[in-house]
Design a protein around this ligand. Structure first.
Ligand code: SF4
Length: 483
């Protein structure tokens, strides 16, 4: 996961950092371990980053000191490297040829190979993330220009990367040739009554913004222009129209889990409202796994659109039966198993009057290890539920993700090691039904070959190394930060 933002906003009193931090706030769900902003005033780069949530790290006392017309921002969910300050982003490297700050959403799969290409090896990296390694390779590249450096280095890089790159003069957006992770381009209009420098862009355009999701554009009043294409570099520079540079042929494989679960329901991807897509997944699920019951309820918050669709298609009334503590993080996104297990009790509380003596259809968007689901079913049973029928608006997860989602290794994935009925028994449900891959596609009304479905069907768009157990800490076990 991770959320990234890039902003070019000239002649607006160095507001770029404030706009980037505000947009990043809308991407908090994508990563809660650390946050940071990098700025350039046209000649110098500076970053500020820390462990913690966006609102805490980038508060109003901090932002005014981050002065510049160009900014990138990042919130982190770790898939390579521990949760330590050094690994927070943006990265910063002040090299002899260029200064760079980078925010990265995704995960590289040839990190070991790339490390061998770094002059001086692991000892030159101040942190243990694949992003730090990529930043070092780009800063070392003897091309005169950052875009040329990207064009030379990126063909050697494999895996998932949606990047926001800041040098002294530009913000650059990059999406890997598969486009595993989203990245959109938006236009920042001048607020009503505010004069824009004549000749800057010739209309009321005050600046440009890149962001992981369209919801981040909405929050700062930006207009969606288009997706950054897989295999494309988009260069944003004050006074110039965005420039597109293609560095690789596109072989699209957007992570379908972004549409099922990860991204915000008020975001749009592939021209689809994610709320509507998830509602239709719930309708498909009702068709594939009907059951007699008294109520349909979501596991909040992410199960809600699919539960609404299930209720609509089945005619079973929709009711909320679990209340979520809105100040707790998303269980799935916490970095350790122990935190995940602790999370659910502080997060969810059943509404006893609703649940007691009722036959419930409980709709959730995924089962990874099964522990969280087991606790939810336990909560509902203790609150007096007569029957609990689990319906999952995604197919079973059989394979790990190597492209930026920490879905656990194969042996920890319950569907990889148990039959559906064994999973049902483990979580304590009366029945269990998953949406099929065909059902997901029917709900999206898009073809299979636009997406990555690898964690469901093992069809990896980019070949992956199989040293699954140690891949997250690859740059630490080779002599980096101790853990
Ligand atoms: S393996 Fe699964 S989670 Fe990872 S990118 Fe593909 S669909 Fe998304």
């Amino acid at each position: 996961m991770c959320g990234v933002v890039g902003v070019v906003l000239p002649d607006r009193g160095h507001e770029a950092a404030a706009v980037a931090a505000t947009a990043l706030f809308a991407l908090q769900h994508r990563g809660q371990e650390s946050a940071g902003v990098g700025v350039s005033d046209g000649s110098h780069l500076m970053i500020y980053k820390d462990l913690g949530m966006v609102g805490t790290v980038l508060d109003e006392r901090r932002i005014p000191s981050l002065s510049g017309d160009l900014a990138v921002a990042h919130c982190r969910y770790s898939t390579t490297g521990s949760t330590v300050w050094e690994n927070a982003q943006p990265t910063l490297r002040l090299g002899p040829r260029r200064a760079l700050a980078i925010g990265h959403n995704g995960n590289l799969v040839n990190t070991r190979e790339l490390l061998e290409q770094l002059e001086g090896g692991r000892g030159r990296l101040p942190a243990s993330t694949d992003t730090e390694l990529l930043t070092a390779l780009l800063a070392d590249e003897p091309a005169a220009d950052t875009v040329d450096a990207l064009r030379r280095v990126l063909p050697r890089v494999r895996g998932a990367y949606s990047l926001v790159v800041l040098d002294e003069r530009r913000v650059i957006g990059v999406r890997d040739p598969h486009g595993f992770r989203p990245l959109v381009l938006g236009r920042l209009p001048a607020p009503g009554g505010v004069e824009v420098s004549p000749g800057l862009w010739g209309d009321d355009t005050a600046g440009w913004i890149l962001a992981s999701e369209t919801a981040a554009l909405d929050i700062v009043g930006a207009t969606f222009i288009r997706d950054v294409e897989p295999g494309e570099i988009v260069v944003l520079e004050p006074g110039r129209e965005p420039v597109s540079v293609r560095y690789a042929a596109a072989t699209p494989a957007l992570c379908v889990f972004e549409l099922i679960y990860f991204a915000r329901p008020d975001s749009y991807m592939e021209g689809r409202s994610l709320y509507e897509a998830r509602r239709r997944m719930g309708m498909q699920l009702a068709g594939e796994h009907p059951v007699e019951a008294d109520l349909v309820m979501p596991v909040p918050d992410t199960g809600a659109p699919a539960a609404a669709g299930f209720a609509e298609a089945s005619g079973v009334p929709y009711r909320e039966g679990l209340v979520r503590n809105r100040y707790s993080g998303r269980t799935f996104i916490q970095p350790s198993q122990a935190m995940r297990q602790r999370g659910v009790n502080v997060k969810l509380n059943p509404l006893r009057e609703t649940v007691r003596d009722r036959r419930l259809i409980v709709v959730d968007d995924s089962i990874v290890r099964g522990n969280t689901t087991k606790q939810i079913v336990g909560l509902l049973r203790r609150a007096g539920a007569r029957e609990v029928h689990l319906r999952i608006s995604a197919p079973p997860i059989y394979h790990p993700c190597f492209y930026g989602i920490d879905t656990a290794i194969e042996t920890e994935l319950i569907a990889a090691t148990h039959a559906i009925d064994e999973i049902r028994e483990f979580v304590g449900a009366d029945s269990l039904g998953y949406l099929s891959v065909g059902g997901v596609l029917a709900a999206l009304d898009l073809p299979y070959d636009r997406f990555c479905f690898a964690c469901f069907d093992g069809n990896y768009p980019e070949p992956v190394p199989y040293d699954a157990g140690s891949r997250k800490f690859i740059l630490e076990t080779t002599g980096g930060l101790g853990r």
